[in-house]
Write a protein that binds this ligand. Structure first.
Ligand SMILES: [Zn+2]
Length: 323
């Protein structure tokens, strides 16, 4: 995870989570304990009340505050400008003076991390200078049930995460925590789930088996998402697959929340990841880890695995007919 090859790009970790989920407190403890050493901290506050930031600034090696707009929507331009400035500063520094190449963006509680990823990857400059390595999302164990029942955003945040931290786990009973964990897992089966109490990382207790909360359809018609694994036929090459995937995400990116998998190419296996419409540049994997079957997991709603297979078959038929 942190052993990505250094390709000269700045590495970005997005820290998200609903209002009051404890992002700043958690990050402060993480920095104090020496995680993310020397990272530049970028804090986005949607409203003009930067209260916790003085405490955070004391732990951060360097920090930029973006106040007055949410980085995923109203404050998107400010975020892009701040990231471009960081890239600029870095490119002017000598290799020796550069220090850490890691940026942590603490988003506002109103932000959808997927929208931020898309904004960065659609920027012609940033796409070459910043690599999004991880999205961490905090989920308030005490208030999650209520938020997930009524707020589409709280579901979208969980869906976008690579790593989920259940916070305030000391304030709920084990059966409640177990049900929250199952619900989070159902929304995002691929993410790693951890826990924190009063901002400190703690072990998740051994929890009883619990059913996920039945989340209602929201007024925007959003159904819970489901994972689908499909095996790509061996005669589909990377070029064909990637064009099909781009077309699919373009058409259905709002339903397809995540795509993740390994694809074998003559140059070696590639790790493929997409969040909504934004596809991360594929990363080369060590050959030994891969069994040469191209299995891709699609996480989303509104389609079945058969639909994906048919779409690929149809696309292949069409593209070979036009060649
Ligand atoms: Zn926003």
């Amino acid at each position: 995870m942190t052993t990505q090859t250094d390709d000269g790009r700045l590495r970005l970790t997005i820290l998200g989570g609903y209002l009051g989920s404890g992002k700043t407190t958690w990050l402060r403890h993480q920095l104090f304990e020496g995680h993310f050493p020397a990272a530049h901290i970028l804090v986005n506050e949607a409203a003009l009340t930067p209260v916790d930031d003085t405490l955070l600034a004391a732990q951060a090696a360097s920090m930029t505050l973006l106040v007055g707009g949410c980085a995923c929507c109203t404050g998107k331009e400010d975020l892009i400008a701040a990231l471009r400035a960081l890239c600029d500063t870095r490119s002017r520094q000598s290799a020796k003076a550069r220090g850490s190449n890691h940026i942590i963006l603490e988003t506002s509680g109103l932000a959808d991390p997927a929208a931020i990823l898309t904004a960065i990857q659609s920027d012609g400059v940033l796409v070459h200078h910043i690599r999004a390595v991880q999205t961490i999302v905090l989920v308030d164990a005490l208030h999650a049930v209520k938020q997930l029942h009524s707020e589409h955003l709280s579901r979208a945040q969980i869906e976008a995460a690579d790593r989920i931290i259940l916070t305030k786990v000391d304030t709920v009973t084990d059966p409640t925590l177990a049900a929250v964990k199952s619900t989070v897992k159902q929304l995002n089966p691929g993410a790693k789930i951890e826990a924190a109490a009063k901002g400190l990382a703690v072990c998740l207790p051994n929890l009883p088996e619990a059913k996920a909360y039945a989340l209602p359809l929201l007024s925007d018609g959003t159904a819970p998402i489901l994972p689908t694994r499909i095996e790509i036929p061996p005669d589909v090459d990377w070029a064909t697959f990637s064009v099909w995937l781009s077309a699919l995400l373009y058409a259905r990116g709002d339903d397809l929340v995540r795509v993740k998998g390994v694809f074998d190419t003559p140059a070696g296996p590639l790790l493929l990841q997409a969040v909504r419409k934004s596809v991360q540049p594929p990363e080369r994997l060590p050959t030994a880890d891969h069994d040469h079957r191209n299995q891709i997991v699609f996480i989303g709603r509104g389609y079945e695995s058969e639909d994906l297979r048919n779409s690929l078959a149809y696309f292949r038929g069409k593209s070979s007919a036009t060649i």
